[in-house]
Every structure is written in C-alpha cells, then in structure tokens.
Design a protein around this ligand. Structure first.
Ligand code: G3I
Length: 305
C-alpha cells in the first residue's frame, strides 16, 4: 500500500489517529486525515466533561461532527472514553459513594446509547491502575465507590450498545515486567473467566526517554491476546527525531504485525504541531504536514508484515 490505512488493511488491520473537532476546518490537516487514516479517535470530544458538562445535560455536537466526518470518508471510530478519573466535569469531581456510582453508570448508559451501533469500539474505562511497583488500582473518586466499578461500567456499556467492542485502555502497561502491566493482565483474565464483557485492551504507548519502547513489547501484546481479547495500540507517539525515532516506530509497528490479534494502531495526532505534548516532535508528520522518516518506517513495516 501507499498510505498507512491501505497498507494496514492488507493484513486486516486499521491505522488511526486522534482527531480534534476544531481542526476539521484546517485543510492541510483534513487532507492528511482523509488520505492516510482508516480509524479516528476523538481526542477530547467524547470525554465526560465534553458529553455531560452539567449533570443530566448531554452535549454531543463535537463528537457527532467527528463521527459524521469519519463516516463520510469510510473511516471507523473508537470512542474515548466513558469512565475516567480525569476530565470529569466539576459536578462529578465533587461526587462520591452511591450517588457517584449511579451518575457514572447513567453517563455510560446515556452516551453509549447515543452512539449505539455507530462506533467500532469504546474505551469504556481509561487509566484505572496506579503507576509504580504496587500493582494496585489508582485512587480516585470512582475507585472509592468500590472495586467493582470497572466491571459495572463494562456491563452497562454492553447493555446499552451490544455490538461495539468494549476496551480497557491504559498507559505504562507496555513492559511485561512492570507491576502495572501484570495488574491489568490479572483483571482482564479475571473478567474473561467470570464473563464480564470485555473485548479488547488498548495500549496507549506514549513513549519517550523516561518511558522507552520496552524490549518485551511484543510479549506484552501476545500475552494479553492469549487471554482471548483483541489488543490495539491506541495513542502512539514516540519522542525523538530522525532515524532513531524512525527505528522505534518500526519496532512498534512490527510488534503489532507479529501478533494476530493486534488489529490496529492509532497515533495520537497527525502533525507534530497537533500533539498534546507542548514541545517535541513525536508524530509521523512535521508541522507543515510533510512525511517524516518515522512515517516511511511505519509504512514499510506495515507493508512487510
Ligand atoms: O478546550 C479548552 C479551551 O477552551 C481552553 O481555552 C484551553 C485552555 O487551557 O483548554 C482547552 O482544553 C484543553 C483540551 O485539551 C483541548 O485542547 C485542556 O486544557 C487540556 O487539558 C486538554 O488536554 C488533553 C488531555 O488529554 C487532557 O487530559 C489533550 O488534548 C489530549 O490529547 C489528552 O489525551 C490523553 C488521553 O485522553 C488519555 N491518555 C493520555 C492522553 C495524553 O495526555
């Protein structure tokens, strides 16, 4: 193939990007988006603060705009995200206990119902595990409603939208030797053994000097896949430049291509200037929209897989 999306499709995979609704009027941005990508993740527009800014008042305009653009181009959409400790609207930040549990489940139900049948997958729960060596859950208002909040969210999502894949998504879960990776693995194994509805695990894969591409990345992907879930690289960016960065992109794409159930890769933005990182050059296109060396190595890895 001659584009990321077409090359990924040759092995039945997708290649996606995060999209910001307010950039859909930027013709350079949209030109690259429409040419290269087959999956879209709204970068902020489906988060809790965006979709339920006041309790019980739902706001879907920007999310719908992205879905509509994607559909018009034959792209699919990963919904991001129904339940998360961050980007909660003020009203939710101040809630706790059974009131928060009900509000969270209502949010999951309402938003999943609005998008029913329109999305490829949902990141149902995002970033629920703690960093560091403890292997525990992240402390948050949602976690304090009870350890079963994650499975409750997945069950509510399945009930509202039975045909969309339901994913757990996190970062720093790429290194098979890390306690956080093992903790998420144990949860997914437990969910599969008890019939809690989960279809996929997303590895955000935000890599930099402090969080390098681990040598056992492929082992992590294949170990999760062996539990009977799809695995997806959901928010890829790699700090660096030139041939060093290109080689790292190649390794990440090769790792996914080597795992049958790694069925898609999403980069977290199009041009370096679109990245959430305030400085640096972690993406596949430069600020002017030119293809970088990292683009070519990612494309070649898709084509040789
Ligand atoms: O929209 C407001 C704007 O009205 C306001 O003037 C401006 C001033 O700060 O803020 C704008 O909102 C910002 C929003 O991005 C849209 O640009 C928020 O401050 C900013 O915090 C928010 O950052 C997002 C971040 O998640 C928040 O947690 C990034 O765009 C987004 O890329 C990033 O994405 C996360 C994933 O969801 C989960 N994994 C990690 C990843 C990177 O942090």
């Amino acid at each position: 193939g001659t584009t990321l999306g077409a090359s990924a499709a040759e092995s039945g995979r997708y290649f996606g990007t995060a999209v910001a609704a307010n950039k859909l009027s930027d013709s350079t941005y949209v030109g690259i988006l429409n040419r290269e990508f087959t999956m879209v993740t709204p970068e902020n527009e489906m988060k809790i603060d965006a979709t339920e800014p006041n309790q019980g008042q739902f706001s879907y305009g920007n999310g719908d705009r992205i879905v509509s653009h994607a559909k018009g181009q034959g792209m699919r959409v990963r919904g991001h995200t129904l339940a998360w400790h961050s980007q909660q609207p003020g009203w939710m930040q101040n809630m706790s206990g059974s009131a928060l549990r009900s509000a969270m489940l209502n949010h999951v139900t309402q938003v999943a119902t609005h998008y029913k049948g329109q999305l490829y997958a949902w990141d149902v729960v995002n970033e629920a595990f703690a960093d560091g060596g403890g292997g525990g859950r992240r402390d948050s208002n949602l976690q304090r409603t009870g350890n079963d909040w994650i499975e409750a969210a997945f069950r509510a999502a399945r009930a509202a939208d039975p045909d969309t894949k339901l994913c757990y998504n996190d970062y720093n879960t790429d290194d098979w030797g890390q306690a956080k990776t093992q903790a998420v693995y144990s949860m997914v194994r437990d969910f599969k053994s008890r019939g809690v509805p989960i279809d996929c695990v997303g590895f955000q894969s935000h890599f930099n000097n402090n969080s390098p591409v681990p040598s056992n990345y492929q082992t992590t992907l294949s170990s999760f896949a062996a539990l009977g879930v799809d695995v997806q690289i959901t928010e890829l960016d790699i700090e660096g430049s030139g041939s060093t960065q290109a080689a790292l992109y190649q390794r990440v794409v090769q790792a996914c291509m080597a795992v049958a159930r790694c069925n898609g890769i999403t980069v977290w933005g199009i041009r370096d200037s679109d990245s959430w990182r305030s400085s640096g050059t972690p993406l596949l296109f430069d600020g002017s929209g030119n293809k970088k060396a990292a683009y070519t190595s990612a494309l070649n890895a898709l084509n040789s897989g």
